[in-house]
Design a protein around this ligand. Sequence first.
Ligand SMILES: [Mg+2]
Length: 169
Amino acid sequence: MKVIDIKLLVMDVDGVLTDGGVIIHDNGTESKKFHVHDGAWLRIWKRLGLQTAIITGRQCQAVEHRARELEIDFVYQQAHDKLAVLEQLKKDSQVPTEQMAYIGDDLPDLPVMKRVGFAVAVADATEEVKLAAHYVTSVEGGRGAVQELIQLLLQRMNLWDQALERYRR
Ligand SMILES: [Mg+2]
């Protein structure tokens, strides 16, 4: 297995951190369901001094709250051109694209996936997205796909023992 050096984990939201379902209420607000395992492993990832980012085409308060809860370093909502946002993220984070991993599920994610060091598709991603990915998760979006990716990265980056140290006391 190739050893990779990823400093920034970039995620799409709908269909990756969620199962893609969007519940629209009568007053126009939205609900989304996130998986606690993704959140737990994002905290482990951050504790190692590594960074996180969200790029989503939609705009919703729930994402803002969840991102704050998980201390996501860079949040871009209403990103209709994800490639332009990737350029912005490069400037904001000072991390080169080779040291970014991106996890997506649908066609708008493709241009970004072709440029990052490690591109990942969720199990139920659109076929073209899966074909462009270095890795396809075994689970679907919203079911712990980010947890699976973080575990894979930590193993390939030789950070597994360090990550789990505090739980083995
Ligand atoms: Mg999506």
